[in-house]
Design a protein around this ligand. Structure first.
Ligand SMILES: *[C@@H]1O[C@H](CO)[C@@H](O)[C@H](O)[C@H]1NC(C)=O
Ligand SMILES: *[C@@H]1O[C@H](CO)[C@@H](O)[C@H](O)[C@H]1NC(C)=O
Ligand SMILES: *[C@@H]1O[C@H](CO)[C@@H](O)[C@H](O)[C@H]1NC(C)=O
Ligand SMILES: *[C@@H]1O[C@H](CO)[C@@H](O)[C@H](O)[C@H]1NC(C)=O
Ligand SMILES: *[C@@H]1O[C@H](CO)[C@@H](O)[C@H](O)[C@H]1NC(C)=O
Ligand SMILES: *[C@@H]1O[C@H](CO)[C@@H](O)[C@H](O)[C@H]1NC(C)=O
Length: 374
């Protein structure tokens, strides 16, 4: 044990330091997080993130190698993006914590399923992820497996979380560094298929992870080409596809509220209207719309201005939609973001994360969320 380690141990004992490894539920500082897609580095470098608005920033995404089950930087990153991330974002906020997120929506769930299914492949994932985080000065790791498909996958995921935490604690004891934060990005509900499929291993999450990032978005999109929808609906009187239902299912399932972080979207979902006079939520459409069906918030602001579009705040879903001619976009603006943050405060959740830090318009959504939380 070196001197730093002893000091860390004393501070941890006095609870003045980072949370102790056995009591994640007592970790109460609000989380104001965002993911940074490293593929956007050319137009939105990490150094352009206004880190003062965030407590945690996630590098997205490291890959899981399908033959070695080791975690590695994505193919387009020779190590300079992941290696420069932590120092770049700490320039404007020394205290901001950084995490490497592994996987993401376009990774292959089969690789994760195979990795989690046996001890050697789990160990390969665990050891390589911890090594990568330490090599590049990150404070934690985030697993974004989209999605476990079966109850076997869910059971293996629980085992993985338990082994990951145990190995991270051992590494902390050996290195004298604070234990790595461990988090996971999860489906909006605690069980797949709108709450009717295999359920997440909530006990293992509560025991081993600092928190989960609940992906409360993509409820509707161009894959439902024939009608418009709000992809971040807080409430939906006609279905269980809403944030209120999803968060409720996590809490009902036993996830401590202070281990739940709510996802907020800095992008919309667009359609082409069938009839320019039928413009509401659920209006007839003929397919996905502008910007490949997924305009970013800064693009939406520009589109509204350049087309003089109508903007409507929908009280029911606590979301916004805009239309002009055949263009229709459902999205969040500063007002609906503030409503969603008020909701998460009311439920006692730990905080929020944005997908992504690269899609804001002059930091207006990140600022609205931050102000609403405090
Ligand atoms: C996976 O790892 C192997 C062994 O290090 C390497 O040869 C291969 O290129 C990696 N695969 C990918 C897709 O990076
Ligand atoms: C959308 O409408 C087209 C044309 O009416 C129809 O063929 C298709 O099945 C519909 N798609 C969905 C997902 O309902
Ligand atoms: C919504 O979920 C509840 C509780 O899981 C269930 O009883 C109900 O049938 C669901 N409603 C719909 C429309 O699926
Ligand atoms: C378009 O929508 C308007 C308003 O709902 C309706 O009155 C009109 O008949 C619709 N036109 C067509 C061609 O369906
Ligand atoms: C809105 O559009 C006008 C005309 O194209 C432009 O001059 C103005 O700068 C735009 N405003 C914003 C906030 O983008
Ligand atoms: C934008 O809409 C307003 C109100 O409908 C109208 O007065 C104005 O002329 C429109 N501007 C443009 C550039 O279309």
């Amino acid at each position: 044990m070196n001197r730093l380690c002893i000091l860390t141990a004393i501070l941890a004992f006095l609870s003045l330091c980072t949370p102790s490894s056995s009591s994640y539920a007592s970790y109460q500082s609000p989380v104001k997080a965002a993911y940074w897609p490293s593929y956007s580095a050319d137009s939105h470098p990490a150094s352009s993130i206004n880190s003062a608005l965030f407590t945690h920033l996630f590098y997205a995404f490291a890959d899981l190698n399908s033959s070695t089950y080791q975690v590695q930087p994505p193919s387009y990153d020779d190590g300079s993006l992941i290696g420069g991330f932590s120092s770049a974002v700490r320039k404007t906020n020394k205290k901001v914590k950084t995490l490497i997120s592994i996987g993401g929506g376009s990774s292959d769930w089969r690789t994760f399923s195979a990795m989690a299914s046996g001890p050697p492949s789990r160990q390969s994932f665990i050891d390589s992820s911890i090594a990568l985080a330490r090599k590049y000065n990150f404070d934690g790791l985030d697993l974004d497996w989209e999605f476990p498909q079966s109850s076997t996958d869910m059971a293996n995921l629980g085992t993985l979380f338990s082994e990951w935490r145990s190995r991270a604690n051992k590494e902390s004891a050996q290195s004298g560094l604070p234990p790595l934060l461990l988090t996971a990005a999860v489906y909006y509900a605690s069980a797949l298929k709108v709450g009717n499929g295999p359920a997440y291993p909530i006990n293992y999450i509560a025991k081993n992870l600092n928190w989960v990032n609940i992906m409360a978005f993509d409820y509707h999109g161009g894959w439902e080409p024939n009608k418009t929808g709000e992809h971040t609906a807080l409430y939906d009187p006609n279905s269980n596809i809403s944030t209120n239902f999803g968060v409720g299912s996590w809490l009902k399932g036993g996830l401590p509220s202070n281990q739940a972080v709510l996802g907020l979207a800095m992008y919309g979902r667009s359609w082409i209207l069938k009839n320019t006079s039928d413009t509401g939520i659920g209006a007839a459409a003929v397919g996905a719309g502008i910007d490949d069906g997924t305009p970013f918030y800064y693009q939406i602001v520009d589109l509204i201005n350049s087309t003089n579009a109508t903007v409507v705040y929908d009280e029911t879903s606590a979301s916004v939609f805009t239309y002009s001619d055949t263009m229709w976009i459902g999205f969040d603006d500063p007002r609906s973001i503030s409503t969603k943050v008020a909701f998460l405060k009311n439920r006692g959740l730990l905080g929020y994360f944005f997908w992504t830090a690269s899609f804001d318009y002059k930091w207006s959504l990140a600022t609205a969320a931050s102000q609403a939380l405090t």
